[in-house]
Write a protein that binds this ligand. Structure first.
Ligand code: NAD
Length: 253
């Protein structure tokens, strides 16, 4: 797919990797529907996309809410007149051990709320956006469509992240299932599993902790948002790619 003039929804586009993906796509001439919970963050992303040379609009929506997601995709099609892809990037963490056991006693457990909050956004949100995007692309009869789910290195099973790792494994499974179900309509899918990426959260870390993270990466440096954006663009642009996950982790796994 040539991204020029293609209509692409990016969820969680208000900051971090989502903003990086949206601006990178804007630089290729794509028309971006930027989705997030914060209008202020979205305004900054829209400005960054326009500065990069693309067209962009902001949409406030909670990807975990079915009515929000249905309205979102209807609005995007009404505003842009088409839809060629979605990048399911919105995500949260609520880390904690499954059970914390000390001195012969259970000190704490991962709560059901902790579990459910992450599953709702990181897995159900991806399901809802993938479903609505596919439905709209079929109704519009687009020649080619792409769905990319942002997974994580955590899909390998990361300590203290039962909820997050389960969701991030799940979104790779969804990409594999959808590849099979949607290939007949020329809708391709993929996932990108970033490792440790240099986002605001990491910049705010103590230098020693940040250094420890860097030393664990075989390439001895953090990934940048552009590495993730380029991986997502590769999936969009490569018409024999579907149903697989790109691990963009500097060899960390
Ligand atoms: P971030 O927290 O900086 O940005 C996430 C964005 O998603 C925020 O703008 C937030 O408002 C939005 N969001 C959260 N819940 C939402 C909801 N219910 N509906 C709509 N928007 C919502 O995170 P990031 O570091 O940019 O990560 C982006 C994605 O990449 C996430 O899925 C994350 O799990 C994944 N990831 C990040 C890293 C990393 O190193 N940063 C590594 C692996 C995977």
């Amino acid at each position: 797919m040539d991204l020029n003039q293609k209509v692409v929804v990016v969820t969680g586009a208000g900051r971090g990797l989502g903003r990086g993906i949206a601006t990178y796509f804007a630089g290729k001439g794509a028309r971006l529907a930027c989705v997030d919970l914060s209008q202020e963050d979205l305004n900054a992303t829209v400005a960054a996309c326009e500065a990069a040379g693309g067209e962009a609009r902001a949409y406030l929506a909670n990807v975990a809410k079915e009515e929000d997601v249905e309205k979102l995709f209807s609005d995007v099609v009404a505003d842009f007149g088409s839809l060629h892809g979605v990048v399911n990037n919105a995500g949260i963490t609520r880390d904690g051990l499954l059970v914390k056991y000390k001195d012969g006693e259970i000190v704490s457990k991962m709560s059901l709320q902790q579990w459910q909050a992450v599953i709702d956004v990181n897995l159900t949100g991806v399901f809802l956006c993938g479903r609505e995007a596919a439905a709209k692309m079929l109704e519009l009869g687009v020649e080619e469509g792409v769905i990319v789910n942002i997974s994580s290195l955590a899909r390998q099973g990361s300590f203290g992240q039962s909820n997050y790792a389960a969701a991030k494994t799940g979104v790779v499974a969804l990409a594999e299932v959808w590849a099979k179900e949607l290939a007949r309509y020329n809708i391709r899918t993929g996932a990108v599993a970033p490792g440790t990426i240099n986002t605001d959260m990491l910049a705010a870390m103590k230098p020693e902790a940040r250094e420890r993270l860097i030393q664990a990466v075989p390439l001895r440096r953090l990934g940048e948002a552009e590495h993730v954006a380029r991986s997502v663009a590769f999936i969009f642009e490569t018409d024999y790619f579907t149903g697989r996950c790109i691990d963009m982790d500097g060899g960390l796994r």
